[in-house]
Design a protein around this ligand. Structure first.
Ligand code: CDP
Length: 237
């Protein structure tokens, strides 16, 4: 039986699950940048991101972070807990890059003296504008105590992922998280992949993430494959 399509995003499609508690998240080969201004199909990206995300969710779950991951159904489809998504993107930064470098005139690669956390409204229509905590609570996107939970979870996730990627010889420069509510709890949703993180090779500084596509720098699938290879290597030993 065909699953009911619930939502088609820029790189993932969501279908209804068998019950009211789950959904099916399909990772596609579509790549977009600049809020959809640049588009391409990159063969193999869906499979790679699905596997990388599933490995990272399972690693986080083992370390006490609840995620929406249930299991892989096949190479691109993931069964996930159904959530009410909280309408903010949480961006965590360890090193200046991308939008932060541009906006504040801090050269890419500058180490940050403390971890930076940013919130952006999740809205293609408004171009994901940055929001502060009082704006988020004022319009009811999340209550103050929920924001505290998001911040704590994001910082714990940063510590866990930074240490895992360090063992892979990869610097976790920055990344974006999304959270949702499930059964009254706040859990990690969406994906964690080279589409949503910046990864730099620790020894050469070369990019292993979606900046290869954003900036036309070369073989994206090859870089994602390398991230996956190193993760498997580290987690299996
Ligand atoms: O993409 P850009 O450089 O404009 O944005 P950024 O604010 O520097 O992005 C910080 C991190 O969040 C990067 O790892 C992006 O890949 C990720 N991000 C994302 O996955 N989705 C967004 N809508 C915005 C940022």
């Amino acid at each position: 039986m065909e699953s009911e399509l619930l939502y088609k995003g820029k790189s993932k499609t969501i279908y209804a699950g068998d019950d009211n508690q789950t959904c099916i998240l399909e990772y596609r080969d579509s790549a977009t940048a600049g809020n959809g201004a640049k588009k391409a199909e990159i063969e193999g990206k869906g499979v790679l991101n699905a596997e990388i995300s599933s490995i990272l969710y399972q690693y986080l779950e083992k370390n006490g972070i609840e995620t929406h991951f249930v299991k892989m159904l096949d190479a691109t489809r993931m069964l996930v807990k159904k959530v009410d998504i909280i309408n903010v993107e949480v961006i965590v930064r360890n090193i200046a890059a991308g939008g932060f470098s541009k906006k504040y005139g801090v050269p890419e690669g500058t180490p940050l003296k403390n971890t930076v956390m940013e919130f952006c409204l999740k809205s293609d229509e408004y171009g994901d504008p940055m929001m502060n905590e009082s704006q988020i609570t004022a319009i009811g996107i999340a209550a103050k105590q929920d924001l505290e939970i998001l911040k704590n979870m994001a910082l714990r996730i940063n510590t866990l992922l930074s240490s895992l990627f360090d063992k892979c010889g990869i610097v976790l420069v920055d990344f974006k998280l999304e959270f949702g509510r499930h059964d009254g709890r706040i859990i990690l949703a969406d994906e964690i992949s080279p589409d949503s993180c910046r990864f730099w090779d620790k020894s050469t500084g070369s990019k292993l993430d979606k900046d290869l596509f954003r900036r036309d720098l070369g073989d994206l699938a090859g870089a994602y494959r390398e991230v996956l290879r190193r993760l498997k290597n580290v987690l299996q030993n």
